[in-house]
Design a protein around this ligand. Structure first.
Ligand code: ADP
Ligand code: MG
Length: 454
């Protein structure tokens, strides 16, 4: 089980740093964690029912919800929604509800809090991340022997923190005595500042230098922070010299960390650098299905979940956190509203995401939709066939790419088997002319556009 007290203490520490003493005592001290739902990523916060509880709840909801959520995110390395109720409300609900959360093993030492969801089993391996995954697993299996330091980099929401936690969890499962230290660079910086202010630098130093394995997340945060870099450099060297494993993550490749001292940057180049690329479509679907299973949805009993996963994976491409967020939203809403989770429900629930399509309208999609509408093949539209049943749809497709994307005329020509830009220009002008006269064509174009955006 998670140690809620310990987590809450850490969260309070964070909050203390960013609010005044008086609001800290008035609003945050009376709270505690009731429970944490790790499948839905919800933290349930409780206030003792008394004559002030309603007031506290309203104030927190109106003013401090994001403070709470940000602090939980820092402590748990994952986004959680915060739900706030008084103890009586919880009690009356729990009488109705049977406890459905299966207890999960939680690794929680004094300093390290690993999210048990972020283990290797839950990490879906695809082309985009197989290299980073293999490196992480190798390091988890043989720390200080496989690759040291291991440097993992990739864009936001692509699984860096997940892999770091997976390494930590794996190491501790196999060797609970190992001193595994996980810290985000932000936490490292804050701790350093605190240590400096309270004259506790020796403690700080020895804490980090005693680690057998140091996982430091989001190193890009150290850019431009000279004294933290200095301290980290010494920590790094001391650990490295005594053959301790170091794992670093970053949202940029080491040579792109321009505001990091050269000597640190070159240290990172010493051993393995593994990147994570945005996941391809199949991996995105696989991640969603895995996540759905973890949320207790049986994919055999609910075949619609495949459609839902495909739909979300088509729309959200470059951030797995957002991908999961969308799934969590549809699943919890369908449970909340007691509605069947299918394509239609998904579309309605995620309307805002799906209407933000500008970036998902691609020339490929436009060509495909136009061809489907006119019942011809993509290869035809890309060919140089001049019969009207091919040439006209081709002109429509050119016109729509011109209108719905930012591609230049010559570039658009390339999408059609390398046509000259004057051909594209001619097509656009011709369709424009016809549209001004032909009401039916206007309707046709509108329909095709709707379909493209769908
Ligand atoms: P980063 O640290 O790179 O910003 P995270 O590790 O926090 O990203 O990942 C964001 C979310 O996406 C997490 O919930 C994580 O579990 C999930 N995720 C990322 N990659 C994968 C994957 N390959 N398989 C399963 N879940 C993944
Ligand atoms: Mg991260």
């Amino acid at each position: 089980m998670m140690d809620y007290n310990k987590i809450w203490e850490s969260v309070l520490d964070k909050i203390k740093e960013i609010t005044t003493q008086i609001s800290f005592e008035t609003w945050f001290l009376p709270l505690k964690i009731r429970r944490i739902d790790q499948d839905l990523n919800i933290v349930y916060i409780e206030v003792n029912s008394d004559n002030r509880s309603e007031f506290i709840i309203t104030t927190i909801k109106n003013r401090y919800l994001s403070t709470l959520e940000t602090s939980f995110k820092e402590v748990l390395s994952d986004s959680f929604r915060v739900v706030l109720k008084d103890s009586d409300q919880y009690k009356s609900e729990e009488v109705k509800e049977e406890p459905k959360i299966k207890p999960k093993k939680q690794l929680l030492d004094k300093e390290k809090i690993f999210n048990p969801r972020f283990n290797f089993e839950n990490f879906v391996v695809g082309n985009s991340n197989k290299y980073a995954h293999a490196a992480a697993l190798a390091v988890a299996e043989s720390p200080s022997e496989a690759y040291n330091p291991l440097f993992i980099y990739g864009g936001s929401g692509l699984g860096k923190t997940h892999l770091m936690h997976a390494i930590g969890i794996y190491l501790l499962e196999n060797n609970p005595k190992l001193n595994v230290l996980y810290v985000s660079s932000e936490m490292f910086t804050n701790e350093l500042i605190k240590a400096l202010n309270t004259h506790k630098m020796n403690e700080f130093k020895s804490k980090y230098r005693k680690a057998d394995v140091l996982l430091i997340d989001d190193i890009q945060f150290l850019e431009g922070k000279e004294s933290t870099q200095e301290e980290f450099f010494h920590t790094f060297n001391s650990l490295y010299d005594s053959n301790k494993q170091i794992i670093i993550s970053s949202d940029k490749a080491p040579n792109k960390l321009v505001n990091l001292e050269e000597r640190l940057r070159s240290r990172f180049q010493w051993n393995l650098i593994a990147d994570i690329q945005p996941a391809d479509y199949e991996t995105r679907v696989a991640i969603l299905l895995k996540k759905a299973e973890n949320m207790g949805i049986n994919t055999d009993e609910n075949p619609e979940i495949y459609d839902v996963a495909c739909m979300i994976a088509e729309k959200i491409k470059d951030n797995i956190r957002e991908l999961e967020g969308a799934l969590i939203r549809v699943v919890s809403f369908s449970q909340l509203l007691n509605e069947k989770l299918d394509k239609n429900f998904t579309k309605r629930t995620l309307k805002d995401i799906f209407s933000n399509v500008e970036r998902t309208v691609t020339p490929e999609k436009i060509k495909k939709t136009v061809c489907k509408y006119y019942g011809i093949k993509i290869t035809d539209i890309e060919s140089s066939k001049k019969t009207n049943n091919i040439a006209f749809p081709r002109q429509i497709a050119m016109y729509l790419i011109r209108e719905m994307t930012d591609y230049s005329l010559p570039k658009i020509g390339q999408f059609f088997g390398g046509k000259h830009y004057t051909t594209v220009l001619y097509a656009c002008e011709k369709i424009d002319d016809e549209l001004s006269m032909d009401k039916n064509l206007r309707e046709v174009i509108e329909n095709i556009k709707e379909e493209i955006k769908d």
